[in-house]
Design a protein around this ligand. Structure first.
Ligand SMILES: Cc1ncc(COP(=O)(O)O)c(C=O)c1O
Length: 436
């Protein structure tokens, strides 16, 4: 028997019969129609009406002139990063990346798909610490990074959990250093940001912009992603690269390295069926966030923050951060963890284990990139400057590391838009009992 089920703190709570997911696909019926349409018309390929339609509809929704449908958000980020590399440093030889020998400033609190394309293109990611007000790239740390590495010309910025980052400041810093921005809006489709007094969508804020239709996103195609731009030339280049870089010869002729990154017309059919429900999903996610905020208000925790003046998140994931003085002891190894309980306190892993015991899925905060084993030798910059090598056996304390702190004290809550208010109340109750 699971220890939480028999723990008297949780007496009377029964596991959910059907699992409550972190964020699962929500189908509405139209998806089947457009998939069937693709099959009946025999457009079962990377060409077809569904692809053309979702490109048109997403461009119109987000407010860019062009949208290029791709196999996934990672593919969009790769081609966006390659475009930026080619623009900055010229075309690379077939066996070399466009960023070879160059550093790129990258969001640190994000999923690794945001920044792996820098490695695909042979560049070196320099991770920029997070600011506590939106859990996104800190403009102050970015300024420090330009002091340390003034030659950098590219910045990759993500909007974590659907909350827009401080893009106005980041854009001003980028402009001052003549740098380009790749925007990763994979988690934030439908989130709005007030740029110079005007509300605009995330996915329009970079020089090269990307979204994702992964199964866990606000709307899904089961997979899929898009490159968004106002530049016809860039859209055409991404379309070419994504379809194996064919030239206009009658035979297969190639002047550039190509990729098989185009979206399938079947996937596009699912996206087409989902698109009318994007705003409904956002409203449901917002209601979930607000119910958590109200229901957890009496606990020593805070919700993932956002700047209400300048942003309207899509509330893709609701998260909480435990106050420092309410943190029960918890340690993490490379792949395991250990915690103890103390009265009036809890820890992310105790809460996650309790939720799992009652058949609800939460998740640790995304482990920051500068702490990932693969990137431990990459530079990391905080508001204090170089964030590496700052600890010292002879001096007490350590440097500021906002990302590490959020990872340690935070967790992602079950945020599935099919969760009922009654089910969410049980989850809120479980979290309360963790602090008893
Ligand atoms: C921030 C972020 N960037 C990129 C991706 C990659 O998108 P995809 O799974 O569509 O390749 C994801 C999630 O999957 C993500 O959360």
């Amino acid at each position: 028997m699971n220890k939480f089920i028999v723990d008297p703190r949780f007496a009377g709570i029964k596991p959910f019969e059907k699992k409550i997911w972190l964020a699962s696909p929500t189908m509405h019926g139209n998806e089947q129609h457009w998939v069937d349409d693709a099959i009946q018309t025999n457009w079962v390929s990377t060409v077809g009406a569904n692809i053309n339609e979702v490109e048109k509809q997403i461009a119109a929704y987000v407010g860019t002139k062009y949208a290029v449908a791709l196999s996934c958000g990672t593919a969009a980020l790769h081609l966006a990063t390659k475009l930026a590399g080619e623009k900055l440093y010229g075309q690379a030889r077939p066996n070399q990346g466009t960023l070879q020998g160059h550093r790129v400033f990258c969001s640190d609190m994000t999923f690794d798909a945001s920044i792996n394309p820098v490695a695909y293109e042979d560049g070196e990611a320099v991770f920029i610490d997070t600011e506590p007000d939106t859990w996104n790239m800190s403009p102050e740390a970015l300024k420090k990074a330009f002091e340390l590495y003034p030659e950098v010309r590219l910045i990759v910025v993500a909007h974590l959990y659907g909350t827009p980052g401080r893009m106005e400041e980041i854009r001003a810093i980028a402009d001052a250093h003549n740098a380009l921005i790749v925007e990763d809006a994979a988690e934030s489709l439908g989130a709005k940001y007030r740029l110079n007094g005007q509300w605009v969508e995330t996915g329009t804020l970079g020089d090269y912009n990307c979204i994702s239709f992964n199964g866990n996103k606000i709307i899904t195609g089961s997979a899929g992603g898009m490159f968004l731009t106002d530049s016809e030339e860039d859209a055409n280049k991404v379309r070419k690269w994504s379809t194996q870089s064919r030239e206009a010869a009658p035979w297969y002729q190639h002047e550039e390295v190509g990729y098989n990154y185009r979206m399938s017309n079947i996937i596009a059919g699912i996206v087409r069926g989902q698109l009318p429900y994007l705003d409904e999903h956002i409203a449901q996610k917002k209601a979930i966030y607000e119910r958590y905020k109200a229901g957890l208000a009496d606990l020593p925790v805070k919700m993932n923050p956002f700047d209400a003046e300048k942003s309207q998140p899509n509330f893709w994931l609701s998260c909480l951060l435990i106050d420092e003085d309410a943190m029960a002891p918890m340690v993490r190894g490379e792949q395991d963890y250990l915690y103890t309980h103390e009265s009036g306190k809890s820890s992310p892993h105790e809460i996650l284990d309790a939720l799992a015991a009652f058949n609800a899925e939460g998740r640790p905060i995304w482990n920051p990139m500068h702490m990932q084993p693969i990137y431990l030798t990459n530079p990391f910059v905080t508001v204090e400057g170089n964030g590496r090598g700052r600890t010292n056996a002879y001096i007490k304390g350590s440097g500021i590391d906002v990302g590490a702190d959020i990872f340690r004290r935070g967790l992602c809550l079950p945020s599935d838009n099919k969760m009922t208010p009654e089910q969410q109340n049980v989850i809120i109750d479980i979290i309360h009992r963790c602090f008893r």
